[in-house]
Design a protein around this ligand. Structure first.
Ligand SMILES: NC(=O)c1ccc[n+]([C@@H]2O[C@H](COP(=O)([O-])OP(=O)(O)OC[C@H]3O[C@@H](n4cnc5c(N)ncnc54)[C@H](OP(=O)(O)O)[C@@H]3O)[C@@H](O)[C@H]2O)c1
Length: 265
């Protein structure tokens, strides 16, 4: 198993990517600590992880924007489990995409930019304190293709995603000498997440503004990839499990392109 003996904390652990990753981490032998905002979603994710083979899944309602709460939780995990080997931030929330700059308020522009950069700073800071002391660990972040795309309607998403990729790259350089890795993954829109993710609302609004249904809008997006399809949740989760494992021991500072070829490097 890829993650036997590893202790993994997932913020946004009840979300679409968080829960899918918890299932794969569980199958690969990790001891799981899922943190998130909504208890029922965390409970469902924990039950699915147990079904996938996890013997030990802990859940906690933690605001991933709050440094003191996240620090206290992480320190508690390290105390109880003996280490924190993997820390994934899979927090997500609805925000404005698809509008011209003239129709975008400063608040709507800053909402994803400040929010995503805040939560990733908060959780990475907490994890890095523990991991630096251990001399090992992997911090995982999740960006979007907006980091590299251009066009109308992307400014907030682009600033957030490019900022997060820069943050991940710089942090990898800071923590690398101490044996701590940082890997960012950049999936395209996940076709099977729209029923459970904030993206359902967001993509629905963008599609409606263009006068089409969400399925047609997603089909158009799929048609712009080299593979003619969008990625799915399990593909992201499987990649994250590999990146978190010792098999990826020389991988740090990288941005993994999981866009099914919407972007090429
Ligand atoms: N889905 C995609 O197509 C896609 C593609 C590329 C990148 N991504 C990235 O992947 C990440 C996760 O997206 P997702 O689709 O898995 O989203 P999701 O299904 O909506 O899940 C996000 C989770 O984050 C939780 N959350 C939000 N704010 C929080 C806070 N302050 N503290 C703790 N937890 C909080 C949510 O809690 P609640 O349950 O209370 O809402 C939810 O469980 C995001 O960074 C997103 O940009 C997603």
């Amino acid at each position: 198993m890829l993650l036997a003996g590893k202790v993994a904390v997932i913020h946004g652990g009840g979300g679409s990517i968080g829960a899918a990753t918890a299932r794969v981490f569980a199958r690969e032998g990790a001891r799981l600590f899922l943190a998130g905002r909504s208890l029922p979603r965390l409970e469902r994710a924990a039950a699915a992880a147990r079904d996938a083979g996890a013997s030990d899944v802990d859940i906690a309602v933690i605001d991933a924007m709050d440094q003191a709460d996240v620090d206290t939780h992480l320190d508690g995990v390290a105390m109880r489990a003996g280490s924190v080997d993997v820390a994934l931030n899979a927090v997500g929330f609805d925000h404005v995409q698809g509008l011209a700059i003239a129709d975008t308020s400063l608040e709507d522009y800053l909402h994803p930019t400040v929010g995503y950069l805040t939560t990733n700073f908060v959780t990475a800071k907490a994890a890095s304190r523990v991991m630096l002391a251990q001399g090992s660990g992997v911090i995982l972040t999740i960006s979007t293709p907006g980091a590299r795309l251009t066009g109308r309607g992307l400014i907030g998403n682009a600033a957030q995603s490019a900022g997060l990729e820069g943050f991940s790259r710089a942090l990898a350089g800071e923590l690398g000498p101490a044996g701590v890795r940082v890997v960012c993954v950049r999936p395209h829109a996940l076709s099977d997440a729209v029923d459970s993710s904030y993206t359902g609302e967001m993509f629905g609004r963008i599609a409606a503004a263009g006068g089409i249904g969400m399925d047609a809008w997603l089909e158009g997006l799929a048609g712009s990839t080299l593979m003619g399809r969008l990625p799915v949740l399990d593909e992201v989760a499987e990649y994250l499990a590999f990146a978190a494992s010792d098999r990826a021991a020389s991988m740090t500072g990288g941005i993994a392109n999981l866009t099914a070829g919407a972007l090429v490097d």
